[in-house]
Ligand binder design. Sequence first.
Ligand code: GTP
Ligand code: MG
Length: 657
Amino acid sequence: MEAKRRITVALAGNANVGKSVIFNQLTGLDQVIGNWPGKTVERAEGTLHYHGYTFKVLDLPGTYSLSAFSIEEIVARDYIAIERPNVIVNIVDASALERNLYFTIQLLELEAPMVMALNQVDFAAKKGIRVDGEKLSKVLGIPVVATVAITGTGINELLSTIVKVLEGKTKLTPLKISYGKEIEDRVEKLELTIRKKLPGLSAKYPARWIAVKLLERDEDIIRKVEGYQQGLEISALASTIAEEIERIHGEPSPIVIASERYSIASGMAKDVAHIEAPPRLHLEERLDSITAHKVLGYPILALVMATMFATIFIAGNILVGALETLFEDLLIPATLYLLSTVLPPSLVDLVSKGFLSGIAAGVTIALPYIVPFYIILSILEDSGYLPRVAFLLDNPMHKIGLHGKASICLLLGYGCNVPACTGCRIMETQRERLLGGFVTVLIPCTARTVVILGLVGRYIGIPAALGLYAFDLFLIFTLGRIGFKTLPGEPVGLIMEMPPYKMPSMKAVARKTWARTRDFVYIAFPLIIAGSVVLEALAVTGLIWAIADLMSPLIVGWLGLPSIAGIPIIFGILRKELTLILLADLAGTLNFNQVLTPVQMVVFSLVTMIYVPCIATIAALVREFKWKKALAISIIDILLALLVGGVTFRLLSRILG
Ligand SMILES: Nc1nc2c(ncn2[C@@H]2O[C@H](COP(=O)(O)OP(=O)(O)OP(=O)(O)O)[C@@H](O)[C@H]2O)c(=O)[nH]1
Ligand SMILES: [Mg+2]
């Protein structure tokens, strides 16, 4: 009997409660986590083996309700009702119990087999809130496990509870939600009729739930009901009943039902949560009022960004110096010496130029900037600062036809354009997503930062590098404005819950940095090495000069760069940092002073910063917006890069020369 059973477990709950942290704990995967609502935009799947079971774990996007307000909500409830996972883990934020229980009540109405993870109990305790899990469990009739997802506390107990439920050792006696008498009687009447007349639909969704949804005038359910024979009759009946409710309560029926649910949730929350001590969150509150301040907020934002890049730059430079010495004085000579004892000189040469120099360049040029960047970005993401930025930048964003949430995508873009592009789905309309994607890919990601800081920052100075970032923002604003004029339409207002500030967990930051660095190494290093080898092959065959000649009018004539720089720029489509790494490869030195003048450094960095982001981003664009739009965005970016590069070359040459 102990054959492995496959079990599906879905994690459901409000946004920002810790679903993805728990998902990562369970599956060992690395879903995005951070302190703002709406990170998970697509359901993710992972596997876990536990006590002879194979769990398929699903991380669902966060939703506040299970009404037909947004696509995610319909997706989530259809998944729960129709695909019927074996167990739903309702993840609840103990520090915001009432709002979370509102969602729990809807899950109960869907009659989903449920276990509750009462998460963030540590944060609730800091706010002086203690939730009596046992009492909550009795009230709801389902097991409640207290967890602190970021430390992994309670995760094992959660798993063993799920298994007990599966094996029938823990019985679920889920609370039946009942409304006030006038509503309750009518719901029951409608439920009975539905059960009788719509057996097909009642097999999919619980009949009582359909009744409640019809009274809530849920368009999706009305459509589904009317798709059945006798459906029209049912929806007419529901409509009459809803009107009766409206007459009694003097309010639209969906509101009457929602407020009944709220009062149930709030009654429960009062019953099980105890405010033990006055909140000790003075620091967080003060931080909140300063960072989201109408005036002070902006200089703080500028300071945060400048500090971020300056820190990355300083830390990066120290690391570059140390690693350069390590590689050039020790590792490379030692490896070459060892190789020369077994290989003929020509092969040693190939390995050295194609392989070793590629790795050395990757490690010494890229990693030193990338790792500190990831650390700082993770801290920003986990602290809760990003939603404040969204709030601050709401007005400027409206000027380019977007709203504040888009600024979160932009900020994430500094890390990597790919998730930032996908993250644009947190915006409400297709038009906003497209505009958002269009401007997001213009944000210099870490790879481009490697070029900007490693070249302009290092050889000209940090102010010049920061100047490039500022110019980039100007460009985004201008293009965004043009995009807005071409794709007219008013942006939806900013609706976003403001999560409280939190001390980022160092463990989570370390884990996230490690995951991102690992991805970088896995994806970028093979490309760096392949690029170096291809380049070496081009050099050996002499093809490199033919290509350089061919590109010379553009690269030398228009952009004013040395002809050799064209090839790294082409390779940069694979990964942006390749432009600099291959330039070092080609020049045979890590000292870029010997290859480029300061003006050329600026032009080279500008072109790299602006022209189409790497292949991975283009793929993300295709996925989100289909290939025509992706192609259009890519072409616009290439032309723009060339235009800006050529003009800058002429301007700077005139000013400086
Ligand atoms: N203090 C504390 N913080 C937590 C806990 N669980 C999660 N967090 C933090 O809460 C934030 C949100 O966690 P996520 O897992 O990203 O939330 P989510 O539910 O997946 O959110 P969406 O994908 O946006 O719906 C992150 O900053 C986490 O570090 C916890 O138990 N204690
Ligand atoms: Mg998530």
